[in-house]
Design a protein around this ligand. Structure first.
Ligand code: CA
Length: 227
């Protein structure tokens, strides 16, 4: 079902070659993708853990943390976003290592940009069949429908706004972590500038899902609660 403009997904591009990163960002933006970049493995891992993407393009050779380590850690934390690994090492053993680490696809450098775009489309299509779901206590947050599904027999699903969903997904993505309001501001509301927005959306979520859904950790911030 390829259309002329099949993009419109969020892409995380982890690539330390600044020239290539810039080129790919331009190309993907032209195709309608929304692109965020990370120039090293540590930053790529961080973004991959706290934000939601439709696909990750991951260079294999990266400073700070190797691409395959990033991938293994993302998978270890339950991040199921499809990952396309780019690598200068194109031999079959490397390809196997990439796929073993949890990549959906593997593309040796240098690559043809049309091939890259075609593979991204294929990855997205395949992934759209799989709902992205995060546990929230006994409930489940479906990131595709932005609905919180209560446990069996516990009532109707609750629809969240985009911002409510971003905040809850951030907390639910790392349930054992206490987030400061500043963390939450930059992770869930990167376009906002006041920490008050965090408190506002915490109160919206509590109103919709019950007070225990988010715990206040006094003097520190917020954490996913145990509803
Ligand atoms: Ca590299």
């Amino acid at each position: 079902m390829d259309t002329a403009h099949p993009g419109s997904g969020r892409v995380l591009l982890v690539e330390d070659n600044a020239e290539l990163a810039e080129l790919l960002t331009e190309l993907l933006s032209d195709e309608g993708y929304e692109v965020e970049t990370a120039a090293d493995g540590q930053r790529g891992l961080h973004l991959g853990l706290v934000r939601q993407y439709d696909v990750v393009i991951l260079d294999r050779g990266l400073p700070a943390l190797d691409g395959l380590d990033v991938l293994a850690r993302l998978r270890g934390k339950g991040v199921t976003t499809p990952v396309l690994v780019l690598s200068a090492l194109g031999n079959p053993a490397d390809r196997v290592a990439g796929l073993d680490a949890g990549a959906e696809d593997y593309l040796p450098k240098p690559f043809d940009v049309d091939e890259l775009l075609a593979r991204l489309r294929a990855l997205r299509r395949r992934h759209l069949d799989v709902a992205r779901v995060l546990p929230v206590g006994t409930m489940r947050l479906n990131l595709d429908t932005r609905q919180v599904e209560p446990g069996p027999g516990a009532g109707e699903p609750v629809r969240l706004s985009e911002r409510e969903c971003a905040l809850l997904a951030t907390l639910a993505g790392r349930p054992s972590r206490v987030f400061t309001r500043r963390d939450l501001l930059s992770l869930a509301f990167p376009e906002a500038d006041s920490e008050a927005v965090v408190d506002t959306y915490v109160s919206y979520l509590r109103r919709k899902l019950g007070r225990p859904v988010i715990a206040t950790v006094h003097g520190r911030g917020y954490q996913l609660g145990a509803p």
